[in-house]
Design a protein around this ligand. Structure first.
Ligand code: NAP
Length: 338
């Protein structure tokens, strides 16, 4: 059994990675920015059935302190922490700097303390943005074009992953790296402080989305993302590779709305039935900053393939319809949507 650090165990994906590692019998540590979060984190993991030894340490991606101590003695690091879209950033650097400099802090500490492998949680945002329209699915060969007028989050994920591969090539000194690139992550939540990626389903259930946008994305279950991290951590074939994590073909927003209405009945009575024409969305987007972030994506069917993760690592994600239903069920159970 191994000693493993998960950065950002307080987050949605990080917490499921911690649960999986504990269930597999590993000795696990995790970092949070503020140790005041520790009791809440432990309560959240207990709700998820956590069983095993967990150390919680403090480290912030924007500062050097704490990282060496956090990784020292670890066999593996799952570097999951990164700024996510909890609010609209004031400028690109607000997301880019902690994401890129943070990954380098973690890699440097891992190299210097003899960690064997780091698995980096990157994103489809480092793969599929800033390209002309295309009909073929994106693969791990594709890289987001940061000069293509892309939003700050996708820019941060691209520059962070680029920096990580560059570090490994030039000063990694034998440290192994694998990257996991999830699409939109859904699935059961363990606590009320959940990831922004669940916001769409919550807002649909709450009746805050009067009509679906013509917006498409791939989706994947958080439990399958955690499973892919663990496979990338130990499988020799994962070294030096990136793996897109997507359950199946991408879905339009109206497809998600339909699953919710069909499967949840009355509890999905506020979920939209109509789709907003793109020209109306563009007009509203001029005054709505949240909407403005997705305007470049409207009408485009961003599709990617996880064929590589299935073929190389034997990854078998569950069907996404079930994930959508379980996401909604868990939000409703938490009282996070009504
Ligand atoms: P989340 O629930 O918002 O978690 C983000 C985590 O990052 C939290 O643990 C947070 O720690 C930590 N973090 C943020 N800024 C930090 C900083 N400056 N220093 C240290 N830790 C910091 O988001 P998530 O959905 O689980 O995302 C986790 C990872 O998956 C991210 O790298 C994200 O880009 C990637 N990803 C997510 C999705 C998705 O759809 N959810 C898709 C693709 C990729 P605190 O508790 O201290 O705030």
């Amino acid at each position: 059994m191994a000693e493993v650090l998960v950065t950002g165990g307080s987050g949605y994906i990080g917490s499921w990675c911690v649960l999986d590692l504990l269930a597999a019998g590993h000795s696990v540590r995790t970092t949070v920015r503020d140790l005041a979060k520790e009791p809440g984190l432990r309560a959240m993991l207990a709700r998820g059935g956590a069983d095993g030894e967990l150390r919680v340490l403090a480290a912030d991606l924007q500062h050097d302190e704490g990282w060496r101590e956090a990784v020292d003695g670890c066999d593996f690091v799952l570097h999951v922490a990164s700024p996510t879209l909890t609010s609209v950033p004031r400028n690109d650097d607000e997301m880019v700097v902690p994401a890129r400099d943070g990954v380098l802090r973690v890699l440097r500490a891992a190299r210097d303390t003899g960690v064997r492998r780091v698995v980096l949680t990157s994103a489809i945002g480092a793969v599929a943005y800033g390209h002309p329209d295309r009909s073929t699915p994106f693969t791990e060969e594709d890289w987001t074009n940061v000069d293509g007028g892309i939003p700050p989050y996708q820019k941060s994920k691209t520059l962070a992953e680029r920096a990580a591969w560059n570090f490994i090539a030039t000063e990694g000194n034998g440290l192994e790296l694998a990257a996991v690139n999830p699409v939109g992550v859904l699935g059961p939540v363990l606590g009320a402080d959940y990831s922004p990626s669940l916001g769409l389903i919550k807002r649909m259930l709450d009746g805050e989305v009067p009509a679906s946008m013509k917006f498409a994305s791939g989706y994947v279950d958080v439990r399958d993302v955690a499973d892919l991290h663990l496979r990338a951590m130990t499988d020799p074939a994962a070294v030096g590779e990136r793996f897109i994590a997507q359950s199946g073909p991408s879905l339009w927003m109206r497809d998600i709305a339909k699953v919710l209405r069909d499967r949840l009945g009355e509890r999905a009575s506020k979920v939209p039935t109509r789709e907003l024409p793109i020209w109306v969305a563009r007009t509203v987007g001029k005054v709505n900053p949240q909407l403005r972030l997705i305007l470049p994506q409207l009408g485009k069917n961003f599709d990617a393939t996880s064929e590589k993760a299935r073929r190389v690592l034997g990854w078998r994600p569950r069907p996404i319809e079930q994930t959508i239903v379980e996401t909604a069920e868990s939000l409703l159970a938490l009282g996070a949507a009504a």
